[in-house]
Design a protein around this ligand. Sequence first.
Ligand code: ADP
Ligand code: ZN
Length: 300
Amino acid sequence: MKYYGAVEAGGTKFVCSIIADPDHYYEEIRFPTTTPEETINKTIAFFLEKRRRYKLEAIGISCFGPIDLNRASPTYGYITTTPKPNWHYTDVVGPIKRALNLPVGFDTDVNGAALAEYIWGNPGKAKTLVYYTIGTGLGGGVVIDGEPVHGLVHPEAGHILLRQDFSKDPYQGFCKYHGNCFEGLCCGPAIKDRFGIPGDELGEDHPFWDIFAEYVAQACCTQIYQISPEKIVLGGGVMQQLHVFPKIHKNVLRMLNNYIQHPLILEHIENYITPPVLGDRSGSCGAMALAAKELDRSPK
Ligand code: ADP
Ligand code: ZN
């Protein structure tokens, strides 16, 4: 059995665990994201202690962003232009690698989760997969042929623009940068800002879920046109409202209007746009998958 250290580095909390595979979790610690120094030191301390018991092969960090993924860059492994106070240009990989002297895999939280779903949640063997998380923030990651897509920086598919019907939803949006982008309209805090209560208290029959399903379907269609994924996974706290999936499916079919015709979409859309198969393990398994990937590419 190979043991990996998984770090889900989120804007509100860090979750560190020791994982061998999705069915074998050994240890876990959760703590709030405070200052970079304190948070990274707690991460290091956890693994230093646990490695006495588990022979760790590598560490994987799936991280809130934006982050620098360019290995040739002097700020590779940093969180870069985040609006989160104190975390602007913070080296995350460097101190962890130095303290533990292990290969350290690093990617966005959503690319990590997309990779985990690609590896372990992919009965149809999709080669191209998009993962959206709709939670405190809203992010989208992409995996093609087993490789998380980076490109120039990395996808920021949570900030795509959508068509808003102001007569049904007269809301200015919650995104600090763009107002009513996808994140600005659909993330958990945007729901709370609209109604004064969080999404989990709205009730399944609240009219907002029709509006929400319209937006999510628009985002899925954009991904379908742009990336042509073989699978779209929708996770995160807000997507625990599983009753919105059938609405999203119906809207996507209506919006595509038979322009894209593929049996995966036309006949089996319920298997095409799905909740994460790994459930809330996709984050930590994603970090573990990044660790395993980094171990693979490290000199033996
Ligand atoms: P994070 O994004 O912080 O890692 P989550 O993915 O759990 O964590 O997302 C938290 C957000 O999701 C909060 O804004 C919360 O109000 C919302 N949320 C959590 N559970 C539900 C639910 N069952 N229905 C609707 N919204 C929910
Ligand atoms: Zn935005």
